[in-house]
Design a protein around this ligand. Structure first.
Ligand code: HEM
Length: 182
């Protein structure tokens, strides 16, 4: 019998690496903004957050380029049309946030006086400190990351619903060797 058809292995690996990155960055982001300003802990966590965030942004760029070249097989007919439309729309919105959240963090950091230390290596800033631009992109990063947390929760609940219904859709995001027969 044929195995369940799903995403390519490169997309599966990128999906799970980005999921781990987003999970860590959310937790670290909320934790670090509550720390006392001007302490070594703030410097440490902010720099780590920016470094992991930039790696996640690079993985997102790779994922999008692979995804544009590899169309996954359509969702099975057991799903109602509205659910297929909702899943597609939800995935588009997640991609938009996957770009806006890390990019706004990167841009805001370029206009802040602290700049970016990528795992200890100081990345050149785009220009001098600019408080207005920093405030705008900081606002975008903070609000978009919090909205994104809600979207990720919905995405997880949708996957959980498929698992409970045992309709095999979640297997599409597992490596091809771990997928059961269709
Ligand atoms: C998918 C990637 C990312 C996620 C999910 C994420 C998530 C978050 C979250 C949840 C916060 C706390 C927001 C709050 O105050 O409620 C935060 C803060 C922050 N993030 Fe990110 N982040 C990402 C990427 C980046 C990148 C790439 C950079 C910079 C290179 C960055 C720089 C910052 C900075 C500087 C803050 C502190 C903002 C402040 O002090 O108000 N982030 N992030």
């Amino acid at each position: 019998m044929k195995k369940i058809q799903g995403y390519t292995n490169s997309i599966v690996i990128l999906h799970w690496l980005i999921a781990i990155g987003v999970f860590i960055l959310m937790g670290m982001g909320w934790y670090m903004v509550g720390l006392e300003k001007g302490t070594p802990a703030v410097t440490h966590y902010y720099n780590l957050h920016k470094s992991i965030g930039l790696i996640t942004l690079a993985l997102v760029a790779l994922l999008i380029s692979f995804r544009l070249r590899n169309q996954p097989p359509g969702l099975p007919d057991c799903l109602p049309a509205w659910e297929i439309r909702a899943a597609k729309a939800g995935h588009y919105i997640i991609y938009i946030f996957l770009i806006v959240v890390p990019l706004s963090g990167y841009i805001e950091s370029n206009f802040a006086k602290w700049g970016i230390h990528f795992f200890g290596y100081h990345l050149p800033s785009w220009g001098p400190e600019n408080k207005n631009l920093y405030t705008i992109f900081n606002w975008i990063h903070v609000y978009s990351s919090n909205i994104f947390a809600g979207l990720v929760t919905l995405h997880f609940l949708a996957a959980l619903k498929h698992m409970i219904k045992r309709n095999k859709i979640v297997y599409r995001m597992l490596p091809s060797s771990s997928r059961p027969e269709a």
